[in-house]
Design a protein around this ligand. Sequence first.
Ligand code: ADP
Ligand code: MG
Length: 340
Amino acid sequence: MSERTEISEIGEFGLIGRIREMAYHGNKSTIKGIGDDAAVIDNGDDYLIVSTDALVENVHFDLGYVPLRHLGYKAMAVNFSDMAAMNGIPQQVVVALGLSNRFSVEAVEELYEGMRLACEKYGVDLVGGDTTTSRSGLFISVTVVGKVAKDKVAFRKGAKEKELICVTGDLGAAFMGLQVLEREKQVFQANPEMQPELEGKDYIIQRQLKPEPRLDVVQELARLGVTPSSMIDISDGLASELLHLCKASGLGARIYEEKIPVDRMTYEVAREFELDPITVQLNGGEDYELLFTMPQEDYEKLRNHPDISVIGYMEAGSTAVMVTKQGNEVQLQAQGWKHF
Ligand code: ADP
Ligand code: MG
């Protein structure tokens, strides 16, 4: 009798682990294969970096409240973010689309208008793709190619004991934006006469609908003379991504609740939804900020930086703990998004 294992038994990361074991790997130019934010390929003078991310209707987005133009922008932004996570920059993208007959030419143009805005802003060329029909909804798969200097590349692996853990921007806003959009959608479905109540929530909604890849931070770190010893982008939530850095680097981590950056609106809306703001900061996904480590000697270069917070340090072991405002220790668990 043949065996059958449900994907839910091993989870997304377990499944990727199985795929990784099966992948053929024979070329010397492959510097990094499966297991980082992008693959790294030796290209002579520098490294070529490649990554792909798919967005599936009703899994990653709901066209009930996501305008197609924003969706196009976001499809690009999340891929550019993986280039930033390698400390590199994106240069070209190819786009595969699965479309049902529900979509008009104008709808597709709206989608590509959003893609063009993101490409223009970040200087990336859209150079190809594929178009097929889909029976159930919209499917967008984007592959991005970029580059990074060989001595500047940042992997998930590479953090050392006592190094500082840094995070950019603020966390949890995109998740709270999603909660607001979901709530208004339900109100609207119950009573179409109701106008959405989004006033004063612009920032968190913007963070959900139109995330920006932190390519500005890649530039800023270069200007400050800081090369991250490890880095990842925060797509699934701080806790989950920090655990990735720990696992890849063979270390544990200690972070401090009071240091984790949060925007006021995120905090207030979390309270309004009766959610603990720190849970949202740790586990809310889709902020696309960067999480990285650097040697303590670099602290002076980043001290008082308005957009980069030092939240803790790497330590021996394999667990990541957060010291609460009351001084208690809690062990971090990867909650992130559960696809399966
Ligand atoms: P990210 O959140 O940065 O997009 P993922 O968690 O999706 O990263 O992927 C982790 C690693 O697993 C990456 O190196 C990615 O290329 C690889 N990966 C994910 N899915 C597959 C797959 N179906 N086949 C091969 N590699 C995969
Ligand atoms: Mg990533």
